[in-house]
Ligand binder design. Structure first.
Ligand SMILES: Nc1ncnc2c1ncn2[C@@H]1O[C@H](COP(=O)(O)OP(=O)(O)OP(=O)(O)O)[C@@H](O)[C@H]1O
Ligand SMILES: [Mg+2]
Length: 256
């Protein structure tokens, strides 16, 4: 069953004379428990798309449904409650709170949404051990290395056992060994929680571990490698053609 379903997403930035379609007619869905990687060049719209899918940003048009709930129709407070309950997000730039220690940062989501059914102590210990943060918990973010900050951000995203975990380059600051260990931890929590993982990554060896790989190109999203391991090199052109046929014209062409 699709846990996440996005239809015809557009994010348009307008600055003076310039129009930029950061996300351009994107349809996307993810099944329960699926691990999906999104690759693509810098500026192609990956972070923008991820933030829209996670309800952190609003699209110009289109819908995003998680378990049938349309995030784009929710009011701000309803949306933030929903996010606290169902969504975890690892930011490309960590976004740790500088005045809080590592442990306090990890626990922030539990203050906003305390889920009684979670045995926090046990869960926290697993995360701390898995992410090798045990001796750094009482340090402030600026006393941590880039990789440690990233691992704190990952623990924070997982503390409420979210059904959908979005991660924007979660292994970007880690060396090979640590990147692989973090991936193993995510795959392990996927096994126990059954969560869906949607990850932007430049690391092709990490992307290859995903069930499916999508690629972003100039705001368009297309399936790059399907669940059977087949690569679809021509699907971008096909998707662009299809959107022309469906819409009569693409947003791009209305812009010229
Ligand atoms: N708030 C904004 N206002 C205007 N343009 C923006 C804004 N945020 C992003 N953009 C533009 O939208 C495009 C997509 O940006 P985005 O951050 O989604 O790219 P990305 O694929 O995540 O890149 P990277 O791999 O470098 O992180 C870029 O051209 C960027 O400059
Ligand atoms: Mg980005």
């Amino acid at each position: 069953m699709a846990i996440l379903e996005a239809k015809d997403l557009i994010k348009l930035y307008v600055q003076a004379e310039n129009k930029l379609y950061a996300v351009n007619r994107v349809d996307f869905s993810a099944e329960d428990g699926e691990f999906i990687a999104i690759i693509g060049t810098s500026g192609s719209g990956k972070s923008t798309l991820l933030q829209i899918l996670a309800g952190l940003d609003r699209p110009t048009s289109g819908s995003v449904k998680i378990r049938g709930n349309d995030l784009t129709k929710m009011k701000a407070d309803e949306l933030s409650r929903f996010r606290g309950r169902f969504i975890g997000f690892v930011f490309q730039k960590h976004n740790l709170i500088p005045q809080f220690t590592a442990l306090e940062n990890i626990l922030v989501p539990t203050v906003m949404c305390d889920r009684e059914e979670i045995r926090y102590e046990e869960h926290l210990k697993k995360l701390i051990d898995g992410l090798k943060l045990g001796d750094r918990l009482n340090h402030l973010p600026n006393e941590l290395s880039g990789g440690q900050q990233q691992r704190v951000a990952i623990a924070r995203a997982l503390i409420n056992r979210p059904q959908v975990l979005f991660a924007d380059e979660p292994t970007g600051n880690l060396d090979r060994e640590n990147a692989d260990e973090v991936l193993e931890l995510l795959l392990e929590t996927r096994k126990t929680i059954g969560q869906t993982i949607i990850m932007v990554t430049h690391d092709i060896s990490i992307a290859e571990r995903a069930d499916k790989i999508y690629r972003m190109d100039d705001g368009h999203l297309y399936l790059f490698r399907d669940a059977d391991g087949k690569y679809r090199r021509n699907s971008y052109e096909e998707a662009a053609e299809m959107s022309k046929v469906i819409a009569g014209k693409t947003p791009d062409s209305s812009n010229q």
